[in-house]
Design a protein. Structure first.
Length: 319
């Protein structure tokens, strides 16, 4: 009589560890970039800032109006490279996510996982959750370090608060963009099921959404307005993000500034009594950050929801 040996059903693979193993190369690259950027920012906050400020004060004593000191160029380049790691990493994430998901669907690797105890929903959740956690943690550290460097320097550098890269790297928008890229790239992979097209589409959509958010955000928070008389000229407030600019008539109507040169009679003939300038000041930084972050996260959430709906719809028969 032959004894039968009961075999336990195969255990579902540890999905999180599987994601880490499959994408080890990408995670190593991201880790190296994040560590290098963090070290660069720490240097810029500490010994780099001290030497750069010493060189600056030697050339430009306190109270002097000095131009850019070339001895600071190395310091400036180091900070810029670290900032680019924060600002442009989402583009690489979008390309990576699209290529990975598209490749797994194209090669059949995903369907193989679904037959080994991992449901499609769990498979996709792991693809999103593990990278999202690592990207958010790493980017949060870099943003905090970048804000330390930005706030600590007393010598003049051309990194005004409203500069696109500075604005992104100094706030919550930098945390939201990698999540957008991950979501959009994943959705592109599920839709196209091919690596290269998904890579291109994920990257393109991420760029377009970021551009749309940058364009819309300033108009979703009330502008401040500076008014100047006709004799004073249009005026140029300092350290502000400019919006609309033009001339005002006696009725309060806003019109383009007439091409009158210095002819006051020409301005009078056009009914111009003064000038206006809409702007955002530095106090608007966080409202604008939160609005931009909200737009990006809303698109990311929509992409994630669509991805899960699309996956369930496409695999309903297999689940």
């Amino acid at each position: 009589m032959t004894a039968s040996v009961a075999t336990a059903p195969p255990r579902p693979p540890a999905t999180g560890r599987t994601v880490l193993r499959l994408h080890r190369a990408a995670l190593i690259v991201w880790g190296l970039v994040a560590v290098a950027a963090a070290l660069a920012l720490l240097w810029a906050y500490g010994p780099g800032a001290e030497s750069a400020e010493t060189a600056w004060r030697r050339t430009c004593p306190v109270g002097n109006d000095c131009t850019w000191d070339t001895t600071l160029n190395g310091y400036y380049r180091t900070v810029m490279l670290a900032r680019w790691a924060i600002v442009y990493m989402p583009y690489l994430v979008a390309a990576w996510a699209g290529a990975v998901i598209g490749r797994e669907l194209e090669s059949g690797t995903a369907r193989l996982a679904w037959t080994q105890g991992v449901t499609p929903t769990r498979w996709l959740a792991a693809k999103l959750t593990v990278p999202a956690a690592l990207l958010t943690a790493g980017t949060a550290v870099l943003v905090l370090l970048h804000r330390m460097v930005y706030s600590a320097n007393e010598f003049p550098l051309d990194w005004v608060w409203y500069d696109d890269n500075t604005f992104t790297a100094n706030g919550t928008l930098a945390l939201a963009l990698p999540l957008l890229a991950l979501a959009v790239g994943t959705l592109a992979g599920l839709l196209l099921r091919r690596a290269l097209p998904a890579l291109a589409v994920g990257l393109a959509v991420t760029v377009l959404v970021e551009y749309a958010a940058d364009t819309l955000t300033p108009h979703l928070w009330p502008w401040k307005t500076a008014l100047n008389g006709l004799q004073s000229g249009p005026g140029t407030p300092q350290n502000v993000k400019w919006g609309g600019q033009g001339a005002l008539t006696s009725t309060g109507e806003r019109i383009p500034i007439p091409d009158c040169g210095d002819s006051m009679k020409c301005f009078t003939d056009h009914g111009v009594t003064g000038y206006y300038l809409d702007y955002h000041s530095a106090s608007d930084f966080w409202p604008l950050q939160l609005i931009g972050t909200g737009i990006v996260l809303a698109v990311a959430a929509a992409a994630v929801g669509t991805a899960f709906w699309l996956l369930r719809r496409g695999t309903r028969a297999a689940v």
